[in-house]
Design a protein around this ligand. Structure first.
Ligand code: G
Ligand code: G
Ligand code: MN
Ligand code: NA
Length: 252
């Protein structure tokens, strides 16, 4: 209850911040985008990870204002980077409760206008847990695609997703869940699953992103099997906007 009340005030008290994790092209080694990941600097408890407060935000409905805060700040930051000459896209994680709001597309449209970010530079990450109502999901995705934004399926390969929706949803990217990438080393079956996901995605004209790359071996295997892009501690951990400017963009 205490945490819930604190979360209520967190936005106005400017305790929420975004960290960014680069997404790297496995062909060129260049940074093609960043994923925005929220953090909460609690005045007494220190940094609280989204895994611990996003569920509370979802239950209480606070995810709606928080989600809009994330969207606005991620777009605004990316616009600033673009004006400085860094050609990146920004990916924003979207919760089920946000995605199923009837005016979610209007929120996205408003934020794009406010920040003057090119819609093609914004990627929305949804998970298949929010695709229970297939027809409704398709219609929401179609409205979002009309705005010009890109859509990713996050955490792919976990849960009980049906492959059926992949060809029915107007999506752009498939992000392979990090658990599969981590298990590749020890498990031949997981290697096969990953390469099969890559081929399937390419056959459906989808761009494939591997999450959670931590070792050179994982990277080489993914490159050999033509995975398009990757994220993970092997490249860099998520970091604050000012730090990413110096340590990552400047290296290019
Ligand atoms: O950054 P970290 O590994 O702690 O993130 C944990 C989880 O929280 C991940 O599943 C991630 O997708 C989710 N998450 C991070 N930032 C956001 C956000 O801004 N909105 C939503 N809905 N989820 C987020
Ligand atoms: O659910 P989603 O894919 O959005 O979650 C991304 C989360 O994974 C973020 O919290 C991020 O901090 C974390 N992450 C990113 N790269 C790595 C990695 O290489 N290893 C591990 N263990 N976590 C990672
Ligand atoms: Mn994600
Ligand atoms: Na993921």
């Amino acid at each position: 209850i205490k945490l819930e009340m604190d979360l209520h005030k967190a936005i106005h008290k400017e305790e929420l911040i975004l960290h960014y994790q680069p997404k790297v092209s496995l062909k060129t080694g260049k940074i093609v985008g960043v994923e925005a990941l929220i953090r909460w600097n609690h005045p007494e408890l220190g940094t609280i990870s989204p895994g611990d407060f996003i569920p509370i935000a979802e239950e209480t409905g606070l995810i709606i204002p928080i989600g809009e805060w994330v969207l606005y700040h991620a777009c605004k930051q990316n616009k600033e980077w673009q004006q400085k000459g860094f050609k990146t896209t920004v990916s924003v994680n979207v919760s089920a409760r946000q995605f199923t709001q009837s005016n979610f597309d209007e929120t996205v449209s408003r934020v794009l206008l406010q920040t003057e970010l090119n819609p093609q530079s914004l990627e929305l990450e949804i998970t298949d847990s929010m695709t229970a109502n297939i027809e409704r999901t398709i219609s929401t995705l179609q409205n979002l695609k009309k705005l010009g934004v890109r859509i990713s399926i996050d955490d792919f390969g976990t849960g009980f997703s049906s492959l059926n929706y992949l060809q029915r949803f107007p999506i752009d990217n498939l992000k392979i869940d990090q658990s599969l990438i981590h298990r590749m080393e020890s498990n031949m079956n997981d290697k096969t699953i990953v390469t099969t996901i890559i081929s399937m995605a390419h056959n459906l004209n989808l761009n494939v992103v591997a999450e959670g790359i931590q070792t050179k071996e994982q990277l080489i295997y993914l490159q050999q099997h033509l995975c398009d892009e990757g994220q993970g501690y092997f490249f860099t951990k998520p970091m604050p906007a000012n730090k990413i400017m110096v340590t990552v963009f400047e290296i290019e």
